[in-house]
Write a protein that binds this ligand. Sequence first.
Ligand code: AMP
Length: 185
Amino acid sequence: MSRFCVYLGSRDGRDPAFLEATRALGRELAARGHCLVYGGARIGLMGALANAVLEGGGDVIGVMPDHLVEREQAHQGLPTLIRVNNMHERKASMAAHADAFIALPGGIGTLEELFEAWTWQYLGLHDKPIGVLDTAGFYSPLLTFLDSTVEHGFLNARTRSCLIDAEEPAALLDALEARLAETAT
Ligand code: AMP
């Protein structure tokens, strides 16, 4: 059992593929016996992911700052909802509870969280694997841009390769589980 911290949109996005992939990831997490750690909201892809894990009989930890409880509608059906004081505490708590990180499609909140997890890994503050789910090519422009930052000499190829990407939830979990198994040995 591992704990996967998932960053994802507080909205559904336009393409129904985002919601479908989110639910598929939730089912996979539950079926594989993993625990979901996420932002604790009931709205958007965030709520859909938590519901899919719960429906699959999986465990969920939500982390919600007090000031967002109403705006993001804290999910009242979670086994564990951790209330924190601010966004910094939220990210710290989510990261502390996680063995690995996943970014699904989302907006600037999702991107901010993804880049913090990745830059902290780069700085050696943790060595937890990080993956992005490239549903319907959502992350392809970003991945291409990151490749170009290597070509421009601002990012080393090894750091770039630490960001794992896959188009399907099962394939992404396979890759992250393999990375977790490597670091455990
Ligand atoms: P979004 O991807 O913008 O829909 O946001 C997804 C989640 O990220 C929401 O729960 C936001 O509250 C959260 N979020 C937004 N900005 C930040 C931030 N600076 N640090 C941590 N979480 C954030």
